[in-house]
Design a protein around this ligand. Structure first.
Ligand SMILES: [Fe+2]
Ligand SMILES: [Fe+2]
Length: 308
């Protein structure tokens, strides 16, 4: 029997539909927040700073830590950029803001380690010098990777790089407080990778991206590791005499940073990259990626050590 009064019937149907959508949205939000808790899982007050032993920090470790502190503390800019690119996704923006706060905390913790190891070091002024040299385009409203799936793929690559780097640094340093800080950061970076991987898998249903396109983005992002960001962070973080020379600074950073890697670190990184580009981490490509990464990092380390 046709409805006698459709104008009265429609709002009655719309109300429960709206309620269901609201409940579903709240549920999705709680699931996503459970992947990355809103509150930080550790704070600066959890670190036993009084136990820091400056004499146990190697000079090369200190140089790398000073550079890494710059890039990490710049996390707020990346958070703003991501919220612009994902402006219509408030759930993801919440996660991106929490992520950015955690990245900033990494920078502050590393900066404090550097100040304890080198009493003449002024982290805030070094960071300001870095900001004067390098800033990302925070006003962009579309991803520089061409799509949001591509953006998330690139973020997976970055978090793969940072999680393997801090794992390598954790295993390579002798100072116990710095080692504990690196361990906490490495765990955060791995969790960040999973956050972006989950979001990428969600977005890839709306904005599909082929394996070949993801691979291009991943390789392109890995190649950017020697761009201005790390070079200027090394230059400003270590107060090198000017003028700024990108190639020399990048070589000096890479010569030291690559030396911490062992095969187990690149093996895990290869596994993560394969997963991010949509291939089986244990398949032929995943195995190949692990081997290639180990060979490339070994080769680059030797090349930059010679150049530096
Ligand atoms: Fe970080
Ligand atoms: Fe991270």
């Amino acid at each position: 029997m046709p409805c006698a009064s459709p104008r009265k019937w429609l709002p009655l149907q719309a109300a429960p539909t709206k309620a269901i959508v609201a409940i579903a949205a709240a549920w999705l939000r709680s699931v996503l927040l459970s992947v990355m808790p809103h509150s930080r899982n550790w704070t600066l007050s959890d670190i036993p700073w009084g136990q820091f032993q400056a004499a146990r920090v190697d000079a090369d470790v200190l140089k790398v830590v000073k550079a890494a502190a710059m890039v990490e503390r710049n996390g707020a800019d990346y958070g703003r950029y991501l919220c612009n690119v994902f402006a219509d996704d408030p759930t993801f923006c919440d996660l991106a803001r929490t992520w950015a706060t955690e990245e900033e905390q990494h920078g502050i913790a590393l900066g404090r380690c550097a100040e304890l190891a080198d009493p003449n070091y002024k982290f805030d002024s070094a960071f300001q010098q870095f900001r004067d040299l390098y800033q990302i385009p925070v006003d962009a409203t579309a991803s520089v990777r061409g799509s949001r799936t591509g953006e998330l793929c690139a973020r997976c690559v970055v978090e793969t790089g940072t999680s393997s780097f801090y794992s390598a640094l954790r295993d390579g340093v002798d100072e116990p407080v710095l080692k504990a800080v690196c361990a906490k950061i490495a765990a955060d970076e791995f969790r960040h990778y999973k956050l972006f991987l989950n979001a990428m898998q969600r977005y890839s249903t709306q904005e599909p991206l082929s394996v070949a396109a993801r691979l291009r983005i991943a390789l392109g992002r890995m190649n950017e590791a020697d761009d201005d960001e790390l070079a200027s962070a090394y230059f400003a973080g270590n107060a090198l005499p000017g003028p700024y020379d990108r190639n020399a600074s990048a070589a000096a950073y890479s010569a030291r940073a690559f030396g911490f890697y062992r095969q187990r670190h690149t093996k895990r990184a290869g596994h993560m990259i394969a997963q991010a580009v949509g291939l089986s981490p244990d398949g032929v490509f995943g195995q190949l990626m692990q081997k290639v990464m180990w060979l490339v990092i070994g080769f680059m380390g030797r090349r930059f050590r010679t150049a530096a």
